[in-house]
Design a protein around this ligand. Structure first.
Ligand SMILES: C[S@@+](CC[C@H](N)C(=O)[O-])C[C@H]1O[C@@H](n2cnc3c(N)ncnc32)[C@H](O)[C@@H]1O
Length: 235
């Protein structure tokens, strides 16, 4: 039994931002995971571990095969499901993935030892707050899938380490629809995340140094393309 997610499952995972029947259609009709990815997706579901949902998996397949990134950074490894998906669909990439939860790190290490056959994945253990500042590589794809209130905190460093023309994908940005409401209608416990996401939107959606898109897959993806060597963000 995996302890980390046994009690505090993110309730937004169960609040679809598009019609339930469309979510069902996407989950049933888009090609199933195969082999170890299927096994890991099943394990995550049984243990309540929040890995990317199936419609996002299918989107990533297309994105990775089209963009063919060589250097990928992921913030939020969990059991390594999305890192192994990226390794499979971007077979020429090197992937650095960061997590701070010891239980997830142990599971990810086991899974990488078994399934990262081309040795594409490097796991960095610790808080992204500390680790990001030490990265000296340039990435062409960054996948942010960690604590949502911190996206705006991590973004300046992530953009610094992103190639011009590179892409940042940020997961779970709709808060089950809360982001569209006034703050008074949002549960008190969710307001730090709400404020962080509003700051993220203000900094990115209409920024001339970025091209942004919002996709209603899972709890929402924000896509950012870096257009200039230095991206100006509000203070
Ligand atoms: C949603 S899960 C990642 C799921 C994974 N990307 C997948 O789809 O297979 C989020 C993970 O981010 C990690 N995390 C959250 N905040 C973090 C931080 N500040 N630094 C490092 N890891 C963090 C958590 O420990 C958790 O394992």
């Amino acid at each position: 039994m995996v302890e980390s997610y046994s009690k505090n499952a993110n309730h937004n995972m169960r609040r679809p931002v598009v019609k339930e029947e469309i979510v069902e259609l996407m989950r049933q009709r888009l090609a199933d995971n195969q082999g170890h990815l299927k096994e890991l997706a099943t394990f995550a579901k049984e243990e309540n571990i929040p890995v990317i949902p199936h419609e996002t998996v299918a989107y990533f397949r297309v994105l990775l095969q089209t963009v063919k990134p060589k250097k990928i950074l992921e913030i939020g490894t969990a059991i390594g499901f999305s890192a192994l998906l990226m390794a499979e669909f971007a077979p020429n990439s090197q992937i650095t993935t960061i997590d701070r939860n010891p239980e997830m790190i142990d599971l990810a290490k086991e899974n990488f030892a078994k399934y990262d056959k081309r040795q594409q994945i490097t796991l960095l253990e610790g808080d992204a707050v500390d680790l990001l500042a030490d990265l000296d590589e340039t990435y062409d794809l960054v996948f942010m899938d960690s604590a949502k209130s911190k996206y705006i905190v991590f973004l300046p460093q992530v953009l610094e380490n992103l190639a011009v023309g590179g892409l940042v994908v940020l997961d779970d940005i709709f808060q089950g629809g809360d982001v569209a409401k006034p703050i008074e209608e949002v549960r008190r416990g969710q307001r730090t995340i709400y404020r962080g996401l509003q700051k993220l939107f203000e900094a990115t959606l209409d920024n001339p140094d970025l091209t942004a898109s919002l996709l209603p897959l899972g709890d929402g993806l924000l896509l950012l393309r870096k257009n200039a060597p230095s991206v100006k963000l509000p203070d």
